[in-house]
Design a protein around this ligand. Structure first.
Ligand code: RIB
Length: 337
């Protein structure tokens, strides 16, 4: 077994006290001579001494950690989002602790409480569970910086959002422009408010174009997952629509498989349009037409705004809305009849 060098050993070799080593390695070295500082750093390199983060934490009272709670880490949307968070956190030497609530609000709440209890510096919450009571009673009371986004319904504190309503308009406009007049929307029955806004935008666009949403839209409820999309295939076929909008890309990919199993071809028989722009959409056949959210950028900015807030708690409220755009690929065509 290899021996882990301790701060005591390093101090003894350098001929200084443990406190001196600790202060020098934590950047509080102004009261020591340049010789002592150089000796300690040189020995640190030579002995491969890795400071114990918990001890450092006690000295500086700074964990430099960010808690991140997402609804479902299995969805590539959230892994790209976390990737963005990691990039920026690394630049600022913060460590993100990521948790997936698996769409279970009790589990999400558990992670939030655990993160707070373990002294995390701030939280990014993209899941829907955290309530106003938790924010007012715990986060605000203890001055814990936080950023709510995506599936979280509360418009409180710093925020990154995307224009979900515009996204809905873009989907409807595109499908109508291709000549579709019977369109299914596959959406979870308990859709979060960001997703409901996509539906609002869709309906508004149908109305703006002088049509009756009741005549055009068939709503099919199914869970927000590949399995949910797969399970919706039968209802989609029965509804005799010519096009489907699934409110995320994962559902679209599941629906592809469900339709294929039932002998339906996309887009010849039924056009399918997703939402998110996960990279998997370019690897399925046919490539998925979708609305691109700037996912990794959302993560980067979430980390950036949270770290700004941790470092300067009194700055003005920070709110950024990012645009979405239509990506035209191969899964939508003109209807047969
Ligand atoms: O795919 C995950 C979906 O849930 C995305 O559309 C994202 O915006 C989130 O709400």
């Amino acid at each position: 077994m290899t021996h882990k060098v301790t701060i005591k050993e390093l101090a003894a070799k350098a001929g200084v006290s443990v406190t001196t080593v600790s202060q020098i390695l934590n950047g509080k070295s102004n009261r020591f001579s340049s010789d002592t500082i150089a000796r300690v750093h040189k020995l640190q390199d030579k002995l491969n001494y890795i400071p114990n983060f918990n001890a450092r934490n006690l000295i500086l009272n700074e964990a430099k950690s960010i808690g991140v709670v997402v609804p479902n880490i299995g969805n590539p949307f959230f892994s790209s989002f976390i990737d963005g968070i990691q990039k920026v956190s690394r630049d600022f030497e913060y460590l993100p602790f990521n948790f997936s609530g698996d769409n279970d609000s009790q589990l999400e709440e558990y992670y939030v409480e655990q993160l707070i209890g373990r002294g995390t510096n701030g939280l990014i919450i993209a899941s829907s569970s955290i309530t106003k009571e938790t924010i007012d009673g715990i986060l605000k009371k203890n001055r814990i910086p936080y950023l709510l986004m995506d599936q979280n319904p509360l418009s409180d504190g710093d925020q990154i959002r995307t224009s979900d309503e515009t996204g809905g308009h873009l989907v409807a406009n595109y499908l109508l422009s291709m000549g579709h007049k019977r369109i299914a929307i596959v959406v979870p029955s308990n859709a979060t408010s960001n997703i409901r806004l996509r539906l609002t935008g869709f309906r508004e666009e149908v109305i703006n174009q002088g049509m009756d949403p009741e005549q055009i839209i068939t709503v099919i409820n199914s869970p927000l997952s590949k399995t949910g999309g797969f399970a919706a295939a039968g209802a989609v076929i029965n509804s005799e629509v010519t096009a489907v909008f699934t409110v995320n890309d994962e559902m679209a990919i599941g629906l592809y498989r469900g339709l294929k199993n039932k002998g339906i071809q996309v887009p010849t028989d039924i056009s399918v349009m997703g939402y998110d722009g996960i990279d998997l959409g370019t690897y399925v056949e046919p490539e998925l037409t979708t609305i691109q959210q700037p996912i990794s950028r959302m993560g980067e900015l979430a980390a950036q705004l949270l770290i700004n807030r941790i470092q300067k708690p009194n700055i003005d409220r920070q709110v950024i809305e990012l645009p979405v755009r239509l990506i035209e690929r191969k899964s939508v065509t003109v209807p047969k009849k």
